[in-house]
Design a binder for this molecule. Structure first.
Ligand code: ADP
Ligand code: AMP
Length: 215
């Protein structure tokens, strides 16, 4: 199964990807996670990406496309993958098509998690993440049992710097200007499956499961 998860930042793509990974046993490829890891490890990609991420801008396409192509070529992607956070604009959408053509495979589905902007803002502002294992929390909807401490590994639970109000505003503007175009790009090719994301995590999961079963 080869899936792209589309939707605004904070729609719940990462949350739902964790479930799809369990269900289908395919890797979750989040370009945001890969870039944050690169920043942590102070690689050349990380150093270049940091300035863009801090401002809520997109990292240049050539950097991202190179990174994703390398990742899709690894053996664990042979049985499929879930892409989360990529593609982010039409240029990246076309680059993904080229990369898949080279690998002689197709996308099965593009799952568009549609969530209104006020809900997304509330989700992003309340999002917290474990610095060690990456598990995600929400201060209101999924708080850790002890504030600031990960239930799973005891690591520090922190707020992403780009989940602060000013950066959120810019990320949503970038989404509207650049990423939203991909909805019709995939709709025109009959790949788009739209899921209303303004429901509980479990309800959204059930709906995605039902729609993917039909693919
Ligand atoms: P994305 O990967 O699309 O940016 P996340 O999966 O990180 O979004 O979710 C953003 C925040 O919203 C997180 O704090 C997550 O715990 C919370 N969240 C995700 N799905 C839901 C939901 N259905 N209801 C309430 N909160 C949610
Ligand atoms: P995310 O974790 O998906 O919310 O991404 C966090 C940030 O990483 C974004 O605001 C961008 O700066 C950068 N980023 C992630 N994926 C991409 C991408 N496909 N293209 C460009 N920048 C990206």
């Amino acid at each position: 199964m080869r899936i792209v998860l589309l939707g605004p930042p904070g729609a719940g793509k990462g949350t739902q990807a964790d479930h799809i990974v369990d269900e289908y046993g395919i890797p979750h490829i989040s370009t945001g996670d890969m870039l944050r890891e690169a920043i942590k490890n102070e690689t050349s990609v990380g150093l270049e990406a940091k300035n863009y991420i801090d401002k809520g801008e997109l990292v240049p396409d050539d950097v991202i496309v190179r990174m994703v192509k390398e990742r899709l070529g690894r053996p664990d992607c042979e049985k499929g993958f879930i892409l989360d956070g990529f593609p982010r604009n039409l240029e990246q959408g076309r680059a993904l098509d080229d990369a898949l053509n080279e690998l002689d495979v197709n996308l099965n589905s593009v799952v568009y998690v549609n969530v209104p902007e006020d809900v997304v803002i509330e989700r992003l502002s309340g999002r917290r993440i474990c610095r060690s294992c990456g598990v995600n929390y929400h201060v209101k909807y999924m708080p850790p049992k002890e504030e600031g401490v990960c239930d799973k590994c005891g690591g520090e639970v922190y707020q992403r710097p780009d989940d602060k109000p000013e950066t959120i505003k810019n990320r949503l503007a970038v989404y509207r200007q650049q990423t939203a175009d991909l909805i019709s790009y995939y709709e025109d090719r009959g790949l788009l499956v739209e899921i209303p994301g303004d429901k509980t995590v479990e309800e959204v999961t059930r709906e995605i499961d039902a729609r993917l079963e039909a693919v």
